[in-house]
Every structure is written in C-alpha cells, then in structure tokens.
Design a protein around this ligand. Structure first.
Ligand SMILES: *Cc1c(COP(=O)(O)O)cnc(C)c1O
Length: 460
C-alpha cells in the first residue's frame, strides 16, 4: 500500500510538466491546483479501500486528460438548451416562453451598453424605469398606467402589501388556489400581512356573499383566475362586471390576478379562449396582474395595469424597490410588447404564438423528417406518427387540448424505455418527451427548432 501511495505524483511535479503549464495557461493556477489536489485525495481514498491506483494515475497523459475533462465540465453551463417535445408549449420547468427575436436583440443591447433606463432623452432628465412600458401598455390595453415587477407572484404580493396590510381582502373560496411551486393565495396574503375573508363555497359564490362580508376594515375585493384547474357541474362565480359595480358602491377597489393574461383573443386562431386583459379592464376592474412569460410570450415579469392613482401607490411602496426588474428584462419586455402593435404579424414574430398556431399538416411534415432519422438510428424500436394532444401550459386552459402530432416509440423487444429516455437526455442538446401507454411520445407542437433536432439526432 505504501508503495502505491509513493507512486502518486506531487502537485508541483505535475504543474512543472509542459502539459501542466498548458493547463495553467488555459484555466489558471488555482483551479488546476484544486483539481489535482482533489484527484490525489480521491486516489488515496481508493488505495485505502481497494489497494489499487485509479486509472487516471496510470500515467501522466491520463492524469492530464482527467484534469482537462473535469475543468471543461466545470465551465459548462448546466442551464443548457433542450428540445421541448413534451407537448406543453409553455413548460415552467423548461423555462416557459421563448423570446422573440427583437426581444433578444433589445436584451443584448441592454447587456452590452448603457441604456436610457431611467433617463428621458427628450427632456434630458431622470425618468422612471417602467415609463416606456407603461405608455405601451396604455396604448395596447387602454389601462391608465402600469407597474412592472419580477413575476406575477410578486405582483400579487405587492398589491396585497400596498392596499391591504392589516386589513381584510374578500375572495371567493373557489379561487383560493395553489399554483405550482408553493404559490398559494392564502400564504401570499399572510406574507403581505392581510386577513383573508373567504366567501361562498367551493363550487358556488354569489354577489351577496361578497356584499355581506364587506365592513369598515375591508381593503378590496379580489378575483383570482383559477388557472390550473376547473370546477365543473353545479357552479356559480361572480362576473368581474358585477363585482366592479359592488366595489364602486362601497368605494372599494376590485383587483384581479389574471394569471396568464392574454393581450389578444386566442379564439381567432381556433385556440381555447383565455380572458384578455382588455376585456377585464372594460368590465371595470381597477387593477389586473398577469405574467410576462405565459401567454404574453415574453420575459419573466409580473405586469400590473389599471387605475393611475392605484399604480402610483404601488410604485411608491418600499417593496416595489425590492421587486423591480432589471434593464435586460425591461428591454426584453418592451420589445415583446412592441410586437403587439402589429397584431397580424404575431404568429410569425412571437415564438409562443407561432408554435400554438402551427397546422397539423405542418407538424406532420416535420414528424416525417424526424421519423426517418429515428427509424435508421433506433432499429429495435417501432416508430410511429400518431395524433396527439398538446396543451398551452403554465395554467392556461388546463382542460383544453390542442390537436398535435407526435412520434411514438415502443420497444420491439423487451428493451426498457428508460434506457432510451436516458440516451435522449445525454444528447448534446437533450430531448425531453413524455411517457404514456408504455410509449415515448415526442410531441411536435412544442418543438422550437426542427432543424436543430434533426441535426442533433445524428449523434444518437
Ligand atoms: C401563473 C400564475 C401566477 C404566478 O405567476 P408567476 O409569473 O409564475 O409568478 C399567479 N396567479 C395565477 C392565477 C397564475 O396562473
């Protein structure tokens, strides 16, 4: 054993070889030393346990190859690109909406250069970072003003903290929802220091339920879009317009968390209808919050639009400073919203809408291209093209399915699906599909770049 320990090279000896010097030039002294020490420690452990040298200490070439490998791995960004073939277009675990080309450009500019973030170029003086976006949203939605924060959860938190700290918020029991990632409306209310007053029952809430709960401590009436579930059957909820009337009667704001918050009517493309921000505003809602990276098809942000006087209060609250967005996000959001000034072009300019509106014929053509490669590479799997149903995702219309096309892979022999799933995940750009009915489903609806996939499959 002692002989084995003595075979281990010293750190210095490794560093003084030409290969060691090359590595130092490439990665810097401290990282190389740290890696060598780590390998030596591993080796001593292995000698103690197995009385053998690890392979990578068999000779110097192998040792340096191992060091190179470890350091290269370390520099690899782990939040890497993947092919989304899950059939869920806005997949939270896969980063939701893809950015439009113009949003990427605007973000890149904001990263590389100083930008007029809080600076009014006409007046030559200080301005507000939400200013341009607020103006745009006014034009697009008719709202008086806007406030931008980190995400929609932050938007809800800010609205509650600003208007309802130490006071009561009235909300229907059927809308006390949990969205993925432990975002629960009652918890957010507790965080914001307000008291939740639940009215109605799980399936039915009437206007009189809200009316009976109003007292001098009421801060506002709240609606939450039940994004990720549906209650069917004997149900009743109160429409925004009715609630707005009740709010006006008692001089109480009515605030709505719209979740996805579409800015255009999706039914014009034959897609499931989501309530639009404009509709809700015209029904008299005072403040509406929604996400920037769901159906809007943009960046992660929480967007609040509505009455100017209320928006000003949000902007003045200390929490706004903690929840504000950075220049890159704001530039991306502004560029995304500018695309909505040309609504007829959105199916081309906005990736989310492009994916959602692709025809089944287009998807079938793509599926055939992918099938040809898969069949040549995976001879022990049966590859079929089947009708599939995709979904928008991120809580938009959870029950609605969008017609789609998928490749399905089933083993011809007793081979396990998991082995193939692992191979897919180990590709330079991993492929993420779904497993259903003992088959792997690769749904074409959510795939952003078929050419990149075809290219990537060559290394399968
Ligand atoms: C998605 C969603 C949220 C959370 O939005 P994020 O932008 O993910 O923070 C809040 N409320 C509703 C109704 C939602 O659908």
């Amino acid at each position: 054993m002692t002989a084995l320990f003595q075979q281990l090279p010293s750190v210095d000896k490794l560093l003084k070889t030409p290969q060691g010097e090359d590595l130092v030039a490439q990665f810097g002294h401290s990282a190389v030393v740290k890696t060598i020490r780590y390998l030596l420690e591993q080796a001593r452990e292995q000698i103690k346990q197995t009385q053998q040298l690890p392979d990578y200490f068999a000779n110097f070439d192998r040792t340096f190859a191992e060091i190179q490998h470890i350091l290269t791995q370390q520099s690899q960004v782990q939040i890497q690109s993947v092919h989304n073939l899950t059939g869920t277009v806005l997949h939270t675990n896969l980063g939701r909406a893809l950015w439009a080309e113009s949003a990427q450009q605007a973000a890149l500019t904001a990263m590389q250069a100083n930008v007029a973030l809080e600076y009014d170029l006409c007046e030559g003086k200080r301005s507000h970072r939400d200013h341009y976006i607020s103006e745009l949203l006014r034009e697009l939605t008719g709202a008086e003003a806007a406030c931008i924060v980190n995400n929609n959860a932050a938007a809800v938190l800010l609205m509650l903290a600003t208007f309802a700290q130490g006071k009561e918020v009235i909300i229907s029991r059927g809308e006390l929802i949990e969205i993925g990632g432990a975002f629960r409306i009652p918890d957010i209310m507790a965080q914001a220091g307000c008291k939740l007053v639940e009215v109605g029952t799980t399936n039915r809430t009437h206007l009189k339920d809200y009316r009976n709960a109003i007292n001098e401590n009421t801060a506002f009436l709240m609606k939450v879009h039940s994004s990720n579930y549906q209650i069917c059957g004997f149900t009743k909820s109160v429409e925004e317009a009715e609630l707005a009337e009740l709010g006006a009667e008692f001089n109480l704001p009515v605030i709505s968390d719209l979740g996805s918050g579409a800015l255009i009517d999706l039914s014009q493309y034959g897609l499931p209808k989501e309530p639009t921000v404009q509709e809700k505003l015209s029904q008299g809602i005072d403040l509406i919050s929604f996400s920037g990276d769901k159906l809007l098809g943009g960046v992660q942000a929480g967007i609040i639009v509505g009455k100017k006087a209320l928006i000003e209060q949000l902007q003045a609250h200390p929490l706004k400073r903690a929840l504000r967005c950075d220049k890159v996000i704001l530039a991306g959001l502004e560029a995304t919203l500018r695309l909505y000034l040309h609504p007829e072009k959105l199916t081309q300019t906005l990736p989310t809408l492009r994916l959602l509106t692709q025809s089944v014929e287009q998807l079938t053509i793509q599926a055939e291209q992918v099938k040809a490669i898969l069949e040549s590479k995976l001879t022990d799997f049966s590859v079929q093209i089947e009708a599939s149903s995709a979904q928008i995702g991120s809580g938009s219309q959870p029950m609605a399915r969008i017609p789609s096309v998928a490749l399905t892979l089933s083993p011809k022999t007793s081979r396990k699906l998991t082995a193939l799933l692992t191979r897919f995940k180990q590709l330079p750009t991993p492929i993420i599909g779904r497993v259903e009915q003992d088959k792997i489903w690769l749904d074409m609806r959510s795939l952003a770049d078929v050419n990149a996939l075809l290219e990537g499959l060559n290394s399968l």
